[in-house]
Design a protein around this ligand. Structure first.
Ligand code: GTP
Ligand code: MG
Length: 198
């Protein structure tokens, strides 16, 4: 897919305030600092479209971006940011869950996982929750540039093996780097394919 335009639409504190539209949405979720906003900038090719930062907790609202005039990318806050107080963590959890379960336009959720790490409990629990709620999702491994090819492959195979303990069939998996733009075309083509099937 060729990106002709991508513009910021709105930041919303809850699903009820999200834009009143009926175009497909692709949302990006994952642990704080995993690289959601960076990946969105890489996908759209617009640096600084989504706010990024080296400290976790950069994105704290539901952010809509209109792409090519006819579909949305949604940047969500990260989950599991330990440094926030319990109350704010709860608020963020409610915001994220409210969006994922309540937003009819949500077509596919991209769950981002840091390719450098062993499977983390918090991500495995989130995947389980998605499954229980029948949310269509794909897994995106991020920061692939930070590993050697061998270490990367080992980690991905290890992750797949862990998922196969609970899942008969694995979701689509993408391996990405916002630095080298690896995986960008694959994700955009996947979105294009879904859009054209709607
Ligand atoms: P929150 O909004 O806080 O939940 O974080 P986020 O998931 O949106 O992460 P963000 O995109 O802000 O990136 C966090 C940090 O990781 C930044 O310092 C990025 O530069 C860095 N980063 C993100 N993606 C990559 C990548 O593919 N490669 C490398 N080397 N660094 C990355
Ligand atoms: Mg962010």
């Amino acid at each position: 897919m060729i990106i002709k335009s991508a513009t910021f639409v709105k930041s919303s504190p809850a699903v009820a305030q999200c834009p009143n539209t009926n175009t497909p949405e692709y949302a990006f979720i994952g642990r704080s600092n995993v690289g959601k906003s960076s990946l969105i900038n890489t996908l759209t090719g617009i640096k600084g479209l989504a706010l990024t930062g080296s400290t976790p907790g950069k994105t704290l609202l539901i952010n809509h971006f209109l792409v090519n005039g006819d579909w949305h990318i949604v940047d969500l806050p990260g989950y599991g940011f330990a440094q926030r107080g319990k109350k704010q963590r709860e608020e963020l959890r409610r915001m994220i869950e409210g969006y994922i379960l309540g937003r009819e336009q949500l077509t596919n959720l991209f769950l981002l996982i840091d390719s450098r790490l062993e499977p983390q409990q918090i991500d495995l629990e989130f995947i389980e929750w998605l499954g229980e709620n029948g949310v269509p999702f794909s897994i995106v491994f991020t920061k692939a540039d930070k590993l050697t090819k061998t270490a990367l492959n080992t980690n991905i195979e290890n992750y797949k093996a862990r998922l196969k303990e609970d899942w008969e069939q694995l979701p689509p998996i993408f391996i990405t780097s916002s630095q080298t733009r690896d995986g960008r075309d694959e994700i955009l083509n996947y979105i294009e394919q879904i859009n054209s099937s709607l």
